[in-house]
Design a protein. Structure first.
Length: 153
């Protein structure tokens, strides 16, 4: 019985994996099921990216930036910790820029762009980009301050 359940789960997992789109990176070209979708050019270290359509039209740039802060360690000392993020600049879009978490691996970043439908038919998906930027904003360079409450009043 245990063997039957194991084989059943293995079969279900295999079927669900087979139905997912296969993402492949060939140099700077991102392919989905062997069809070129967009180009993602990688630059420098830490990694920054430029997003292009398949017609070599620049759609967006993702510049890596960081915020440094001192974090107290358990022994009482302080350590400088860097939080890396992308400053995103969109070309020919209503939404000009925002910030988001960075990706160190190109395939993960390409998967993020694909699953969030940022590029459709070789162009930026304006409503999706606008919604993303309104929700994301600038949490790294301009964090929201929590309101100060005064106790006893």
């Amino acid at each position: 019985m245990k063997l039957f359940i194991f084989i059943l789960f293995l079969g279900i997992t295999g079927i669900s994996q087979a139905q997912k789109a296969k993402i492949k990176i060939d140099g700077d070209i991102v392919l989905v099921d062997n069809t070129p979708v967009f180009q993602l050019e990688e630059k420098g270290f830490p990694k920054s990216y430029t997003l292009y359509s398949m017609q070599n039209v620049q759609l967006a740039t993702f510049e890596t930036n960081f915020i440094s802060k001192m974090v107290r360690q358990s022994d009482g000392s302080y350590k400088d910790v860097r939080n890396y993020y992308f400053l995103v600049k969109f070309n020919d879009s209503e939404q000009s820029s925002c910030e988001m978490s960075s990706f160190g691996i190109k395939k993960q970043f390409a998967n993020f762009i694909l699953t969030n439908l940022w590029v459709q038919n070789g162009e930026l998906n304006e409503p999706v980009i606008k919604n993303f930027c309104q929700e994301a904003g600038f949490p790294y360079s301009n964090p929201r301050k929590k309101p100060t409450t005064i106790k006893g009043r």
